[in-house]
Design a protein around this ligand. Structure first.
Ligand code: HEC
Length: 230
């Protein structure tokens, strides 16, 4: 009997503890997040955190279309300081000063009713997509016909977020400029629906690497320290 009791206790411990630590505690912490303001003296920045919140209307489309099945929005901490492997994931884009990409913290999802961490990383992580995104037009083109941008793309098309309509009068400036192979019927044009516009606004607002209040001094100081070294 005592062996049975040990068995049950071990079972509860091996499933219960991870459940508590990985699900219950983070969920309680997430729900308790409060709006934050930067402290000018400590952080060296003024204003609210995050500096630009994500677009909520677009997030609903992101949720409904199941984008999170293939895309994560979570950069894990690197062990052994192997920062090199995630080059280009954050603000370190060609046109921008090189800022080290930081891993995400719970605070990056502040104000979002649900954190779209993602189920699988089949496509690229989108946590900082706003920094590397091409033009709106190109994002629309990719969502309508992913293979028109890379012929190897295995992302599904979201053509149902676009309206294919008879072109009347002058060509609308919203009409997608698709490559020849992906053009719709002669005399028709492809126009993004308001939902597609919201989704693109959301993708452009994904910049989950703003300095975190309280930790930002270190982050903000890093590029300055780099500059001083040069
Ligand atoms: C079945 C998996 C799958 C689903 C669902 C999916 N994607 Fe993708 N996505 C991919 C793959 C794979 C790539 C990489 C290939 C490419 O760039 O075309 C990609 C690429 C992208 C990129 C370019 C990323 C970059 O760094 O350049 C964006 C933006 C994107 N997807 C947005 C979305 C949005 C928004 C949705 C939902 C409406 C969505 N995806 C749904 C698989 C998926």
């Amino acid at each position: 009997m005592s062996q049975f009791r040990t068995f049950i206790l071990a079972l509860v411990a091996s499933f219960g503890l991870p459940w508590l630590c990985l699900i219950v505690v983070p969920a309680i912490k997430y729900q308790a997040l409060q709006p934050l303001t930067y402290d000018k003296d400590a952080d060296g920045i003024e204003g609210q955190y995050p500096q630009a919140p994500i677009n909520r209307q677009g997030q609903l489309v992101y949720a409904r279309e199941g984008c999170a099945q293939c895309h994560t929005q979570m950069i894990r901490p690197t062990q052994l300081a192997l920062d090199g492997w995630r080059k280009g994931w954050g603000q370190d884009q060609e046109a921008r000063p090189a800022t080290p990409v930081r891993s995400n913290t719970l605070l990056d999802y502040l104000g979002e009713p649900y954190a779209y961490l993602g189920v699988q990383r089949n496509g690229p992580d989108l946590a900082n997509y706003g920094w590397r995104a091409p033009s709106r037009e190109e994002i629309h083109q990719m969502l309508f016909a992913p293979k028109s941008r890379h012929d190897w793309s295995n992302m599904p098309s979201f053509a149902h977020l676009y309206q294919v309509r008879l072109a009347q009068g002058p060509v609308s400036d919203k009409a997608l400029k698709l490559p020849k192979k992906f053009k719709v019927k002669e005399g028709y044009e492809v126009i993004p629906t308001p939902e597609a516009e919201n989704l693109v606004n959301y993708l452009l607002s994904l910049k989950k690497d703003y300095p975190v209040p309280g930790e930002s001094a270190a982050v903000a100081a890093a590029p300055a320290a780099d500059a001083a070294k040069k």
